[in-house]
Design a protein around this ligand. Structure first.
Ligand SMILES: NC(=O)C1=CN([C@@H]2O[C@H](COP(=O)(O)OP(=O)(O)OC[C@H]3O[C@@H](n4cnc5c(N)ncnc54)[C@H](O)[C@@H]3O)[C@@H](O)[C@H]2O)C=CC1
Ligand SMILES: O=C(O)C(=O)CO
Length: 386
């Protein structure tokens, strides 16, 4: 028998039982569920990452839907348990869902939600922060000050790279990659080269228009190029930021061979998923190329770092905080809860999961729809006409 897992309960007499595997920021998500007759159970276990067994215990014998986290392994075992308990809905509190076996969920008739859009700008801002911190060696310089080593201005002290006029390379120019590109282009007047399976038309139009604006103001215009291969981006760009989804096509996209194609003084940023980079090869590359710098929000074996990474002065490492702004995290919780609620209530799916603002407006009730269900088509769910 599974051991009991500690929980906190809201609206004990609610008709539908919804479980959240973690406490999530804000209260709007709880209020929305409670107002719609849900009993909400929030896991209060101290351990950070729940095991499959812990989650099975939380699901119990009757459960209508679960809100889960990107650290959890949502595969055959959990979807089978959820389906047996009568559950029809699961939502990750994340846009990425590489921790979810969507085919298994579909097999058991469970809808899988995610939370796009609300974290686009916040995540892009962290990628931009890491780009700046790496180019201007901010973390190294901060450590130097705190160690009491500063004894006066020197011409060579912590000299870094100027971004203006350099080339920013984006791999995966979707929502976050495009938002990051705009920040670096508009903020620092960098030129763009990008690689994606699809054309980023809106981004291209933005760079063209911004280039024309700069030219009309007597400044050097910015330029863009859609690369025909990823290697072209690696060879040309001074700062490269990774924003693809994680799947079998992007696993170890950056490996030893590809690292060797980058400029010796390039900067690599990863705010996507750790396994997109072969982290062992990266540590070796950082050792061999002291002027190469990296900014990492995600790690191959999270929460661990590969041996040697923590010792590298040319690496900046932060603990998967790219989406960690209050507005975004509360919004993610709201979207995840509304995905689960919408499926329980039999609502249709929202027609444009890239445009979810209507669900986030605190001053008006959310639309009667599921904001984003990734297997909606496979499950034959109707699309909202709102
Ligand atoms: N570090 C963090 O806290 C966060 C990480 N993420 C990660 O960022 C990812 C992207 O999020 P969004 O921009 O919202 O998704 P998105 O779906 O809008 O963008 C992903 C882009 O990657 C492209 N892509 C897919 N396979 C590719 C390949 N083999 N080569 C090049 N491009 C490829 C797609 O065509 C798409 O344009 C998420 O899946 C998630 O894993 C997202 C939010 C926060
Ligand atoms: O939404 C995601 O995919 C995350 O990584 C959360 O920050």
């Amino acid at each position: 028998m599974a051991r009991p897992v500690s929980i906190e309960v809201w609206n004990p007499n609610g008709k539908y039982r919804v479980v959240s595997t973690k406490s999530m920021p804000g209260t709007r998500w709880i209020n929305l569920l409670v107002q719609q007759d849900c009993r909400v159970e929030i896991c209060t276990e101290k351990k950070t990452i729940l095991s499959v067994e812990d989650i099975i215990a939380l699901i119990g014998n009757r459960c209508d839907g679960v809100i889960g986290q990107l650290t959890e392994d949502w595969g055959e075992t959990l979807f089978s348990a959820l389906s047996k308990a009568g559950g029809k809905a699961f939502s990750n509190m994340a846009v990425g869902y590489n921790n979810v076996d969507v085919n298994a969920a579909t097999k058991y008739g469970v809808a899988v939600g995610n939370t796009p859009g609300v974290l686009t700008e916040t995540t892009a801002e962290l990628a931009a922060s890491l780009s700046l911190a790496a180019s201007r060696r901010i973390v190294e310089a901060d450590g130097f000050m705190r160690a009491g080593l500063y004894d006066g201005w020197l011409p060579h002290l912590f000299v870094g790279n100027l971004l203006k006029g350099q080339t920013v390379g984006v791999i995966g120019a979707g929502r976050i990659g495009s938002a990051y590109a705009r920040m670096m282009i508009e903020g620092f007047k960098m030129n763009l080269i990008y690689y994606d399976l699809y054309q980023a038309t809106r981004l291209e139009k933005f760079v063209t228009a911004y280039g024309q604006f700069l030219k009309a103001s007597g400044e050097e215009p910015v330029t863009w190029k859609r690369a025909s291969s990823m290697d072209e981006v690696l060879q040309v760009a001074d700062v490269i930021s990774l924003h693809p989804i994680l799947d079998k096509t992007t696993y170890h996209l950056i490996n030893k061979e590809r690292l060797s194609k980058m400029k010796k003084e390039a900067i690599l940023i990863n705010c996507s998923r750790g396994p997109v980079v072969d982290e062992e090869a990266l540590v070796e590359h950082l050792k061999q190329n002291p002027m190469f710098r990296v900014g990492l929000d995600v790690f191959e074996d999270e929460p661990y770092m590969k041996p040697g990474l923590a010792d590298m002065k040319n690496a900046i490492v932060v603990p998967h905080i790219a989406s960690a702004s209050k507005w975004t995290r509360e919004g993610m919780a709201t979207l995840a809860a509304l995905n689960v609620l919408g499926k329980i209530k039999g609502y249709p799916t929202w027609s444009n999961p890239n445009q979810v603002d209507a669900f986030l407006d605190e001053n008006s009730p959310p639309p009667s729809a599921c904001p984003s269900i990734v297997n909606a088509k496979q499950l034959g769910l109707p699309v909202s006409k709102l």
